[in-house]
Design a protein around this ligand. Structure first.
Ligand SMILES: N[C@@H](CCC(=O)N[C@@H](CS)C(=O)NCC(=O)O)C(=O)O
Length: 207
């Protein structure tokens, strides 16, 4: 199995999944800063020019959450996705909540503060996205009252996606009003097979 990845990106959550599963994999670095994701060879794997990508035999899979669900189902015995249909529905709910309600505002903030050329950046979009994030993360903060994990009493694929997304938010001080989520995220990253935090991954590629 090969994971196409690059330090401080969404490939962190993929790596987290593989490390928790204890599966052997080969890491292939796609240096985004050097534009390697636009190389024709890479575009054959993912025409969207984005990482992560998983190659497992003849399967080439893009979209990090789809990859994580594939792995959870491939290694069903590891219990990272519930077999109970109602618990699984809740896992899907939090996965989708994380990537739509939380990640999208974070992504808009990243684009309008750093990724877009300066003349295309809209400060009003950043304020709106911060507000959108704050409104939605309050729902997750309430949900986590008294909970160890997003769903049920054991870790699931939803926890890796949610904890990574919360680390991203924390990088831009958007979790200051969410003590439950801060504690949850710290607990998740204290797991022995957790990946690097985003700040450490950035420091790594800068050295
Ligand atoms: N929805 C995709 C998003 C992938 C994505 O946007 N990856 C970023 C890194 S975090 C990327 O490769 N960006 C390169 C680019 O947009 O040019 C997923 O979750 O896999």
């Amino acid at each position: 199995m090969q994971l196409y990845e690059f330090g401080p990106t969404r490939s962190i959550r993929m790596r987290w999944m593989l490390q928790e599963l204890g599966v052997d994999f080969e890491s292939v670095t796609v240096n985004l800063r050097a534009g390697e994701h636009r190389h024709p060879d890479f575009l054959k794997l993912n025409p969207a020019g984005k990482i992560p990508v998983l190659v497992d035999g003849d399967l080439v899979l893009t979209e990090s959450v789809a990859i994580m669900l594939y792995l959870a189902e491939k290694y069903l015995d590891k219990g990272l996705v519930p077999t109970d249909i109602k618990h699984r529905a809740q896992v899907n709910r939090w996965l989708l909540f994380a990537v739509t309600e939380l990640e999208q505002p974070l992504w808009r903030i990243s684009r309008h503060t750093a990724l877009y050329p300066e003349h295309l950046r809209l400060p009003a979009e950043v304020s709106l996205a911060r507000q959108n994030f704050t409104d939605m993360v309050a729902v997750m903060e309430d949900h986590m009252q008294g909970c160890q994990f997003m769903v049920g009493n054991t870790v699931t694929v939803a926890d890796f996606v949610c904890a990574y997304t919360l680390d991203w938010a924390n990088e831009i001080r958007l979790l200051d009003g969410c003590p439950q989520l801060l504690r949850y995220m710290e607990r998740m990253y204290a797991r022995p097979n957790a990946p690097l935090r985003i700040a450490a991954a950035i420091a790594n590629v800068n050295t």
